[in-house]
Write a protein that binds this ligand. Structure first.
Ligand SMILES: NC(=O)c1ccc[n+]([C@@H]2O[C@H](COP(=O)([O-])OP(=O)(O)OC[C@H]3O[C@@H](n4cnc5c(N)ncnc54)[C@H](OP(=O)(O)O)[C@@H]3O)[C@@H](O)[C@H]2O)c1
Length: 343
């Protein structure tokens, strides 16, 4: 019975992955533990899933490093909470080192990173970039500066893998969109909305007009939440495959972008502006956030004007088959606006 530990169970990504694990055909063979910050939610998790599954929710956070280390003494860890928390990542690795010492087998860490952060430039929406990263081109990825956001955690993981006590698989989703669904959402325990598009929708509602950084000429990838969760499960399933595809790599080459199309931030701003104007708010063309708005909305800066382009080639090589495309993302914006309006 593989022991699985998952963080971010109440989150958009982590909840979607957990939902698929609980619905997995081999679910009866899994022993699943999740970390939950809120004690009431942890109780509800245990009441809802603890009877039917080998499932335990433990109260704690990434600040509880001892607990994190203890729970990470598992066969497989899905890290779906904060991509940036280096002390937490090191505590997870310590727990996995313990697992290796106890069993002699290298456990598996499937870690989540925000790819726009890792790849982003500083174009402020004024220019598109010709640079497209492929997850099959490891040399190109290794040209990324260690100073790029999240990269310090990635590099710590790759280093740990090179020491042989853990196998690391790093999933880098691009802009995720769509409402999450599944048992964790149905139990009222999961955040079912993403970050980037809902943020743009909320800001556009606040200013009464669809907006963008600069001219919105910058490109990002996009991927539906169901497809993202499928990629984690595809990796998970291949762990026990006798003859996995040759590109099913871990460690230095174990980077998996999740995207199934690209868009400019102008396209997103325009789609929002069109929906808003159809309900009497603003014009159908997005306008540039003023300097004052940028300072007000993003006091710590924003990645919404950056280019962040990639191709999820490794995922395709290992059999991941995402179904939703850029057009689906643009269509999803109407429902996002309605959700924000109804809230
Ligand atoms: N959504 C996207 O488009 C996207 C794309 C690529 C990468 N990412 C990255 O993936 C990660 C998860 O994103 P998400 O969209 O799933 O976010 P989310 O919906 O906000 O979920 C975050 C999850 O992590 C938990 N969490 C946050 N900080 C924690 C801490 N210090 N200790 C323990 N648990 C903690 C949250 O618990 P609570 O419920 O208690 O808050 C929640 O379960 C983030 O690092 C994000 O930057 C997101």
């Amino acid at each position: 019975m593989p022991q699985i530990f998952l963080t971010g169970a109440t989150g958009y990504i982590g909840g979607a992955v957990l939902g698929l694990l609980l619905e997995h055909p081999l679910e009866h063979t899994f022993d699943i533990t999740v970390l939950v910050r809120n004690s009431e939610k942890a109780s509800l998790f245990n009441r809802t899933f603890g009877q039917k599954h080998n499932f335990t929710a433990v109260v704690g956070s990434y600040s509880d490093l001892k607990l994190l280390r203890k729970l990470s003494d598992a066969d497989i860890v899905f890290a779906c909470a904060d991509s940036d928390d280096l002390p937490a990542a090191k505590a997870i690795l310590s727990g996995m080192r313990d697992r290796h010492s106890n069993t002699g087998v290298a456990p598996v860490l499937i870690h989540t990173v925000s790819y726009p952060g890792v790849l982003s430039d500083n174009e402020n929406g004024m220019h598109s970039s010709p640079t497209i990263y492929s997850d099959l081109n490891i040399r190109q990825l290794e040209t990324l500066s260690p100073e790029q956001p999240h990269r310090n955690v990635d590099l710590a993981l790759v280093e740990a893998d090179s020491q042989g006590y853990v196998k690391t698989y790093i999933v880098l989703p691009s802009t995720i969109y769509g409402f999450a669904s599944g048992p964790i959402v149905e139990a009222g325990l999961q955040n079912y909305r993403s970050q980037q598009i809902p943020t743009l929708v909320d800001l556009s509602l606040r200013r009464g007009q669809g907006g963008m950084v600069g001219k919105g000429k910058n490109w990002w990838g996009n991927v539906h939440i169901d497809d993202v969760a499928d990629l984690y499960i595809q990796i998970f399933d291949l762990l026990t495959e006798n003859h996995p595809p040759p590109d099913f790599a871990h460690g230095r080459a174990g980077f998996y972008f999740a995207e199934n199309g690209e868009h400019t931030l102008f396209q997103v701003g325009e789609a929002i502006a069109k929906v808003l104007s159809s309900v009497g708010k603003g014009t159908p063309s997005p306008t540039t956030f003023t300097e004052k708005e940028l300072r007000l909305y993003f006091p710590n800066g924003t990645s919404l004007g950056t280019n962040s382009r990639c191709r999820a080639e490794r995922g395709h090589k290992i059999g991941w088959r995402p179904t939703m495309k850029t057009q689906d993302m643009l269509h999803s914006i109407k429902a996002e606006v309605e959700a924000s309006l109804s809230r």
